[in-house]
Design a protein around this ligand. Structure first.
Ligand SMILES: *Cc1c(COP(=O)(O)O)cnc(C)c1O
Length: 254
């Protein structure tokens, strides 16, 4: 059954228009930019509605929360992004539940993901069924990953510093079951989104510097920009934006 409310349709249309305008200001096309709907704290029904409206990338920040929703969405043919920190004990679940992990911030995590992906790919096709697991759509190939760069010095939790980035890139590139696709970052929150611009520019510059050093094809993805600042992020080169509130409304406080 397909049902898209007028409200959701209108919100989505507004975001697409704003994406296009920002892209044109930067001499780009809105079609180059991927909209990731961040569905954390929102219901499976709301994800389904956006999918019916044409959104095909979703982001979640907790393995467990996503696992409980995913059960109701196995038929949806979208790309699921992990955009929160992956705890060591969740790595095996994460490679079964997400198409891409956008938050690698240490060589240890990268190596764990690489190993878990290898083990998952080697399992027989009936293993998931035998264990009563959800399904095995994620099996095979390499797991795309992004490195999270710490843009906000006040948030200590996740991301590598610009100084640590080259050595982490060098640690991730040889891992055969991961495919390093680019960089992700979250700037500090400013009421005036214009103030976030230097942080977005810094992430782009870090990507450019890595490419200059290691090769043209490296790190094509820049995941940056959220509900209140995505237009600035697009002007500064974002190829993926992560939008929660502007699509789903306010989140419950957790
Ligand atoms: C929650 C979250 C978002 C979405 O934030 P909004 O301001 O609601 O658009 C984007 N990126 C990350 C990493 C998040 O945790």
């Amino acid at each position: 059954m397909s049902f898209v409310s007028r409200e959701v349709g209108a919100k989505l249309a507004r975001i697409h228009e704003a994406m296009e305008r920002a892209a044109v200001r930067a001499g780009r096309s809105g079609k180059e930019i991927t909209l990731i709907a961040v569905s954390k704290t929102h219901s499976a029904a709301q994800v389904r509605e956006l999918y019916e409206a044409g959104v095909c990338h979703f982001g979640e920040n907790r393995v467990q929360e996503w696992e409980s929703k995913y059960e109701f969405m196995k038929d949806i043919n979208a790309t699921w992004h992990m955009i929160g920190h992956v705890q060591g004990n969740k790595v095996a679940r994460a490679v079964r539940l997400f198409h891409t992990i956008d938050t690698i911030d240490s060589a240890v995590l990268a190596e764990r993901l690489d190993r878990a992906k290898r083990e998952y790919n080697m399992e027989g096709p009936d293993a998931a069924e035998r264990r009563g697991e959800l399904d095995d759509k994620m099996r095979g190939g390499r797991l795309p990953v992004l490195i999270e760069v710490k843009l906000d010095p006040n948030l200590s939790k996740s991301g590598v510093s610009g100084e640590e980035l080259p050595s982490l890139v060098e640690a991730v590139l040889p891992l055969r079951h991961l495919e390093l696709r680019g960089l992700m970052g979250v700037p500090p929150y400013f009421d005036d989104p214009e103030k976030a611009r230097p942080y977005f520019r810094r992430l782009r510059d870090l990507g450019d510097a890595m490419r200059a050093q290691m090769g043209r094809e490296l790190l094509p993805v820049l995941s940056m920009g959220m509900s209140h600042d995505f237009e600035i992020a697009i002007e500064e080169g974002a190829t993926e934006i992560r939008i929660g509130t502007a699509l789903f409304g306010e989140r419950r406080k957790t």
